[in-house]
Design a protein around this ligand. Structure first.
Ligand code: DP6
Length: 330
């Protein structure tokens, strides 16, 4: 079996930094979710997943290797983090794989245009932007498939943030992890809209990495998840290619609720919803009953992401005045 370091050494040509590196990536919202790892060290998922990237919402990262530093220096949104900050520690652990010598540390400046750790997938854009910045810093000139493989090791959902538009992350079959990467689905859909409904932007209590491990290990219902998720990925891909919005919305909403059902049925239970999240779900269902086609999805947090077509945007914006409207192909 590959160790994470073997895995990385197979992908990168060298470890000699060349210049200050820069990278930018957008967040993505999964329409069919990644929930569970079959192999933790290599971040190999139990199931494939499918997402949409949100242009203009993401992360920009600058990185420089510096042999005079005694440790990594991480600045997040202009604020220098302490060495023992959990965000900085996770980043440094990932950067350990790329050091020229054990004493080569990095100066990292990262800016998020999404609230960090609020269920808006900032780790996805974060690790994708970091890998792009490393690719620039070391001048590796890697193809996107390799960048997606590297980003996966930082955070699973980051494998998808390497691309714009609809993206599929294949779970892969091998133990070495080299076939578990994301690819774009070439199917722009200009009418397709996402609306962000922010319920609570505080950092979540259970990080997704921890939450999915608890679910895998302590939820009897989880057994049913991988098969369902795999079927949903295929069916959602079909719906995208046929631009069948009703099918896509229904499948995506049901997929999200099924994932949350496994979380709730874990012991101790994991419930990311707030009362306002449930209230918003009821509003979405009421709108649908009144003939406005809108669906929701939710990740490891209380916020809702709505899916609808441009023709209904005004009605939906009226019902949810605080909605942030995004047109992924606009
Ligand atoms: C609910 O990619 O954040 O958003 O691989 O442990 O970093 P790690 O987890 P992460 O999990 C995302 C979970 C999700 C669903 C999804 O985006 O597919």
């Amino acid at each position: 079996m590959n160790t994470p370091q073997d895995f990385i050494n197979q992908l990168i040509p060298h470890k000699t930094p060349k210049k200050i590196g820069q990278g930018a990536a957008d967040v993505n919202i999964a329409l069919s979710k990644y929930w569970g790892k079959r192999q933790v060290e290599l971040n190999l998922p139990t199931n494939s997943s499918l997402s949409i990237s949100l242009p203009g919402l993401g992360t920009h990262t600058k990185i420089q290797a510096d042999k005079t530093l005694q440790h990594d220096c991480v600045c997040l949104n202009g604020k220098r983090l302490k060495q023992d900050d959990p965000f900085a520690m996770r980043l440094s652990k990932f950067l350990d794989f790329f050091r020229e010598t054990p004493n080569t540390f990095f100066d990292i400046h990262t800016e998020n245009t999404v609230p960090t750790a609020a269920g808006l997938a900032s780790s996805a854009s974060g690790y994708a932007a970091l890998v792009l910045a490393l690719n620039d810093c070391f001048d590796w000139q890697l193809p996107k498939k390799e960048l997606s493989l590297l980003a996966r090791l930082g955070s699973g959902s980051a494998s998808r943030s390497i691309y714009d538009g609809f993206v599929i992350w294949h779970k892969g079959q091998t133990e070495n992890g080299l076939d578990s990467f994301a690819e774009p689905i070439d199917a722009p859909w200009s009418e397709f809209c996402i609306g962000l409904l922010e319920i609570d932007l505080k950092a979540k209590k259970v990080a997704s990495t921890t939450g999915m491990q608890q679910t895998v290990n302590h939820c009897e219902l989880y057994q049913a998840w991988p098969k369902k998720a795999e079927q949903d990925v295929q069916a959602i891909q079909q719906a995208i290619l046929q631009q069948d919005f009703s099918e896509l919305g229904a499948l995506a909403e049901n997929n999200a609720l099924s994932m949350h059902a496994t979380m709730i049925a874990t012991w101790p239970p994991i419930l990311y919803w707030q009362p306002e999240s449930v209230e918003a779900m009821h509003m979405v269902w009421a709108l649908r009953e009144s003939g406005v086609e809108v669906y929701f999805t939710m990740d490891a947090g209380p916020n809702l992401k709505l899916m609808f077509l441009q023709k209904d945007a005004e009605r939906i914006q009226q019902a949810f005045p605080a909605l942030k409207l995004i047109r992924p192909f606009g």
